[in-house]
Design a protein around this ligand. Structure first.
Ligand code: PNW
Length: 469
């Protein structure tokens, strides 16, 4: 059965500044926490950094031409904070602003709507030096930065997204230390959760103050779809705890103006939450038009008894569960055919997530702001292909199809889904895994910066052209 999407369904591709731009020392940019993290021995799997990445800083015209060929209607990109505000003194770097003006103008001329993420993990190093997300000041600084962006670029942007995946920033950045800045301290991770929430609220407020009620403001979360192993009370309690620490810490203040008190109770061993000031929950609770949902896989959990607590922090478990919920939540090893990331493939989880969110927040537009999969691709020489080369990636094609169908299922059960963004337009710097994992629907040859089409890009182009699957 063919399903036709609503005529205004937003098809797009997504990237993030540090992962694709390169040009780290150009036009007055200063270091971010990932520049620093990448110099730590063993921090990034292949010892690489965002130094050249996909060179999109220079090659954006070529990449926009690729998107035109793909037929996508929107591009989700992020702006590099240290290009705009390169020092602690509040200097605004005109060269950085000019760069993004040119890029956003080029997108709009190509008929592609820019969906802009204010913060996708490239925190200026000078802010980390003063405590980073564990410090309240960082949230205030984000509001200043968002204000500058709204003032300088406001008329060029279709949707403003305050933050990308605060879960990753907090729990991977300050919990298990797998991401920059590499801190391992659950108390700081929870402080980071709150300060990221506050940054969202203050950032949204700043953008709203500049651009008014018509501005489309959103945030992007990677909510966990937690599945209890059995229906036992203990396993359901483990799922409940995982939901609280992974999801409710963000959804509660953002949409309901309050943290569920169970969260304070459950995290008592790590913090007293004294970093939550009077009025913060209302500051976080700002009107937003849409919520971006990044979805890759699901999480299966079961109850862990106190007797197993000693084993709770071994490396592989900590990787699966970087949250301060180790005491009762055991995240099971993923099952079935895994992607190159070692993540499971359960598209039904996306249907569940979208459906439940729409039931709970009926007025809210949902956008699948990232979805995709990494595989070990190979280039095939084919005279008829553009440039004489193609990547046959049947697994990425199957993943794409299955997840677009999962979106259809959600739409058919009434979920208010307004768009779908493929992660990613290009292979890029996959954080702690460097260039070893390829998520692109278009391949990047990192020696030559050549862009090579994959079958998944051709498939996506077809879906977009048909507006149907
Ligand atoms: C997201 N995890 O990151 C980010 O938004 C992208 O920048 C990234 O490239 C993409 O997903 C693929 O990884 C995540 O460990 C990184 O659960 C790690 C996790 C989740 C999301």
């Amino acid at each position: 059965m063919t399903y036709t999407f609503p005529h205004d369904f937003m098809w797009g591709t997504a990237t993030a500044s540090y992962q694709v731009e390169g040009a780290l020392h150009e036009d007055g940019r200063t270091p971010c926490i990932w520049d620093t993290f990448c110099t730590l021995p063993g921090a990034v799997a292949d010892g690489s950094s965002g130094q050249s990445a996909c060179d999109q800083y220079h090659r954006y015209p070529e990449d926009i031409a690729l998107m035109r060929e793909l037929g996508v209607k929107a591009y989700r990109l992020s702006i590099a904070w240290p290009r705009i505000m390169p020092d602690a003194g509040g200097t605004i770097n005109q060269l950085g602003i000019d760069h993004y003006r040119r890029e956003l103008d080029a997108l709009r001329e190509a008929g592609i709507m820019p969906v802009v993420t204010v913060y996708h993990w490239d925190l200026p190093q000078y802010l980390e030096d003063h405590g980073g997300w564990a410090s309240r000041d960082t949230a205030l600084r984000l509001a200043d930065y968002a204000d500058v962006l709204a003032r300088e670029l406001g008329d060029r942007v279709g949707i403003w997204t305050t933050l990308n995946e605060p879960w990753c920033c907090a729990y991977l950045g300050y919990g298990n230390g797998e991401h920059a800045p590499g801190v391992r301290d659950y108390g700081k991770a929870l402080a980071a959760v709150h300060h990221l929430n506050l940054a969202h609220g203050l950032g949204a407020q700043a953008i709203r103050a500049r651009l008014g009620d018509d501005a489309n403001i959103s945030s992007v979360l990677n909510l966990s779809v937690n599945v209890a192993e059995t229906d036992s009370e203990a396993d359901r309690a483990a799922k409940r705890r995982a939901d609280l620490i992974a999801n409710e810490v963000f959804l509660g203040p953002m949409f309901e103006g309050r943290y569920d008190p169970e969260i304070f109770e459950a995290t008592k061993p790590y913090t007293d939450w004294s970093f939550v000031h009077d009025g913060d929950e209302e500051r976080i609770h700002q009107p937003v038009q849409s919520l971006g949902v990044n979805f890759y896989s699901t999480t299966h959990v079961r109850h862990r008894g106190p007797e197993a607590a000693g084993a709770a922090t071994d490396a592989s478990r900590l990787r699966r569960n970087p949250m301060p919920a180790q005491d009762i939540v055991e995240v099971l090893p993923p099952a079935g055919e895994l992607t190159a990331m070692g993540w499971n493939q359960e598209p039904r989880g996306l249907t569940t997530l979208l459906t439940e969110l729409s039931e709970r927040f009926p007025g809210l537009d949902l956008i699948v702001s990232e979805n995709g999969s990494a595989w070990d691709d190979e280039v095939t020489l084919e005279p008829d292909a553009p440039g004489g080369k193609i990547v046959h990636d049947p697994k990425r094609v199957a993943y794409l199809d299955a997840h677009v169908r999962a979106v259809v299922d959600a739409l058919q059960s009434g979920a208010k889904v307004k768009g779908y963004f493929a992660w990613s337009l290009l292979d890029n710097f996959e954080w702690a895994l460097g260039y070893s994992k390829r998520f692109g629907i278009i391949r990047v040859d990192y020696d030559t910066q050549e862009r090579i089409w994959k079958d998944s890009a051709l498939r996506f182009r077809q879906i977009v052209a048909d507006n149907a699957i």
